[in-house]
Design a protein around this ligand. Structure first.
Ligand SMILES: [Zn+2]
Length: 300
């Protein structure tokens, strides 16, 4: 190859590398659903989730590895509404990253942009209650997710204005796909509407509400309080009488009470992921809703 051509090629290559490096922002999310959404809305970003689908996001340890991750973050995205109040403040404090302190552009609590449900369930004096500001598991409502994608995109455009166009294009593409999926989910939901279901914790409340199903019983006496035998026993009569579609648990829970109830009543026990599995097949929110609706339909 001609020397000059080679030099100019090398130069072009290193310039490209420089541009790419400048674009790669680092995003830390508290829950895997926001990591999955961020990967779609910020192509090229380095994305890390503090928790995974087999972990209870209400309770994790503020490990040193998480502190070093949040120390390097340009943007932190969390559900908020008190979900992470047991561990995120410790991470923020010890990481001492000014970009992601509360109130900074780099700290995004999504609960501030939507309304939470089940606020009335908060008992004033309960210390064990894990939903102080309403139910924080709102990623399981396709309509709320539709509202939150532009919120994330706008924040990306603020903290990384040089790549604004990339974020706008990514959002448009995501919205188009989401609208198509929504039509399919609405058809599936129509067939499940009005059907009773038993839950354990309010992990799936937003989805149940969106579909229009009826959660007739919760194996947890109160959000965050594990099922007791006495409480499960008290729900048996209702479950036998109403014959719900299924008893729902999620992947991080102990499902002993649900299996016991299933044995006693003949109602199917369904163990479903409460969020995306970044290392598995159900690795984005679209696939998660596809999976959840298909499983509920099958249980009917
Ligand atoms: Zn919860």
């Amino acid at each position: 190859m001609h020397m000059l051509r080679m030099v100019s090629k090398l130069l072009a290559f290193s310039l490209l590398a420089l541009v790419n490096t400048a674009q790669a922002i680092t995003i830390f999310t508290c829950e895997p659903e926001w990591a999955a959404l961020s990967m779609e809305l910020a192509p090229g970003a380095k994305v890390f989730s503090a928790t995974h689908v087999y972990q209870d996001p209400h309770y994790i340890e503020a490990r040193p590895s998480l502190i070093s991750k949040i120390a390097k973050a340009d943007l932190v995205i969390c559900s908020g509404a008190g979900l992470e109040s047991g561990w995120l403040p410790a991470l923020q404090k010890r990481a001492a990253n000014r970009k992601v302190v509360n109130g900074a552009d780099g700290m995004l609590y999504l609960s501030q942009f939507i309304k939470t449900i089940e606020k009335h369930k908060t008992k004033f004096f309960s210390t064990e209650h894990v939903h102080p500001a309403g139910n924080p598991h709102f990623h399981l409502d396709p309509d709320r997710v539709s509202k939150l994608a532009p919120v994330i995109s706008q924040r990306l455009q603020i903290i990384d204005s040089g790549s604004r166009l990339i974020y706008q294009q990514a959002l448009a593409k995501w919205q188009k796909n989401w609208q198509q999926s929504l039509q399919q989910w609405q058809q599936q939901a129509a067939q499940l509407k009005g059907q009773p279901v038993v839950v354990q914790h309010t992990s799936f409340s937003y989805l149940i509400n969106w579909i229009g199903m009826d959660a007739i019983a919760d194996l947890e006496p109160e959000p965050g309080v594990p099922p007791t035998m006495a409480h499960a026993q008290s729900l048996i009569a209702d479950a036998r009488q109403e014959q719900p579609v299924a008893i729902l648990t999620n992947w991080y829970q102990n499902d002993r009470a649900a299996r016991w109830m299933s044995d006693k009543t003949g109602v199917k026990h369904l163990n479903l992921p409460a969020t995306v599995d970044l290392k598995g097949d159900i690795n984005n929110l679209q696939r998660l809703f596809d999976h959840l609706l298909a499983q509920l339909q099958e249980a009917q």
